[in-house]
Ligand binder design. Sequence first.
Ligand code: HEC
Length: 188
Amino acid sequence: MTKSALAIATALLISGNVQADQSLQTSMEEGKGVIKAFFGDLKGELEKGMKQSGPVDTIASCNIVAPSLAAGHSQMSGWEVGRTSLKLRNQKNAPDAWEEAVLKEFETRKSAGEDPMKLIKAEIVEEGGREVFRMMKAIPTAEVCTKCHGETIAEPVAAKLDELYPSDKARGYKVGDLRGAFTLKKPM
Ligand code: HEC
């Protein structure tokens, strides 16, 4: 290759990378907005439920409301929106290979001192010959979460969880632990 051809090839490679970086950044900002809206609705429903009817009835509504909110936000935004975890309550939220790797990476990064509120990962990956933008944001455990995901769960709450989720693994969390993550996906 001549020197100038090499220079052009290098320039193209660099501008290609810059473009990819820019579309990654743009998608990431968009994704953050989608997560914020989904999280806001979930939190609103949770707070309303806990205040008005207590944890036992809120479980029943989580069981229906959380998946339907995820579906609603997916439809609204054109993204696939969901929640996942390494220790699941609902098997339907099971992580795929990419998600499982990111959940483990979040645990490592948290152990290394990163702020769990800010753990985020975005990547353009190839799936079935197509480029797909994928993104996850960690969900740390707050005080209110321990009522249904904590180390000691009140009897009527535990009984309701046993009834709805016989293979529930999503218990034993302490405040600050990573409960799971939001997960988003969109074709590029
Ligand atoms: C009233 C009980 C209750 C409270 C309080 C609660 N959750 Fe849950 N959580 C549930 C139920 C029920 C499910 C299963 C929902 C479903 O079927 O998709 C669930 C599922 C999840 C999932 C999806 C992964 C999985 O295990 O299936 C995440 C992540 C999660 N909860 C995080 C939280 C966080 C963070 C908080 C606190 C802000 C919280 N939850 C508070 C009952 C609760």
